[in-house]
Design a protein around this ligand. Structure first.
Ligand code: CIR
Length: 260
């Protein structure tokens, strides 16, 4: 199932992390505090049972700690993406040797389109691709073809207006269950699925992260934490205030997969 994982890759935040992209300027993150948040995240992944490998920092690429955006990994192979922000293009190629060592096949999304991994939601064998400012139709169509070669079914959907990534507003909780903001659920994209709706005012908590029997939730969203505790999973609260200044949540900090 798409929330059962044995392994994860993360990347150490670079020295220039405060230069990362920000849609709205809420102030620069404090690099030391962000490092502490990152270390706590790695510890939480390990507590959830994942074998975590930490890749070295890429100091010329300030957003390179957000490993979810330049690649997708599945049991059947990996896909190096073409991120939608020019300053993030080089992140995919930097990951190539790392993924080629672990995943066969590792393929490259053909151009000219773009896809950010943050716009890609996997639910079992179904993979939703949200069009956004970072993911265009040409990229999404190329991804549907690449997914088909891995035995997965891609489906092109829409990210809500003014939302960075599709998964800024949702998270998989199981093959047929999602956590979603009300605005995304209202689009009908999750029709037929079991949808848990994030309480009004707690929208940033939608990017939770289920790892086996644990769900990680950002600090400061108590009603969402209570809602998720009702699923029977253990809920762990993580501080992400510094990451949030770079528009980041919990899923974007790692690539996760299951080795059978
Ligand atoms: C960016 O704007 O690309 C980064 N500052 C944040 C990326 C967060 N990624 C994600 O939510 N998947």
């Amino acid at each position: 199932m798409s929330t059962d994982f044995t392994h994860a890759l993360v990347r150490t935040p670079p020295a220039r992390v405060a230069d990362g992209l920000r849609a709205v300027d809420h102030g620069a993150p404090d690099p030391a505090a962000l490092m502490a948040e990152h270390a706590a995240y790695v510890a939480a992944l390990r507590r959830a049972g994942l074998d975590v490998e930490i890749l070295p920092p890429l100091d010329d690429l300030p957003d390179s700690l957000f490993l979810e955006d330049p690649a997708l990994v599945f049991e059947t192979g990996a896909i190096l993406l073409r991120p939608g922000a020019p300053s993030r293009f080089a992140e995919a190629e930097a990951l190539a040797p790392v993924l080629e060592n672990r995943f066969a096949p590792t393929t490259r999304l053909p151009g000219p389109g773009h896809v950010d991994g943050g716009d890609v939601l996997r639910l079992g064998d179904r993979v939703m691709i949200g069009l956004s400012d970072r993911t265009d139709r040409a990229g999404a169509e190329a991804l549907v073809a690449a997914l088909d070669r891995l035995g997965l079914v891609g489906e092109i959907v829409r990210t809500p207006e003014d939302v960075l990534h599709f998964k800024s507003d949702c998270a998989p909780l199981g093959p047929e269950r999602v956590l979603s903001t009300a605005r995304l659920a209202a689009s009908g994209v999750f029709r037929g699925l079991d949808v848990l709706t994030v309480p009004e005012g707690e929208e940033p908590a939608a990017n939770a992260l289920r790892l086996n029997g644990t769900i990680l939730v950002a600090e400061g969203f108590p009603r969402t934490a209570d809602l998720l505790a009702g699923t029977g999973c253990a809920v762990e609260i993580l501080a992400v205030a510094e990451m949030a200044k770079l528009d980041a949540g919990l899923s974007c900090l790692s690539l996760r997969w299951r080795n059978s």
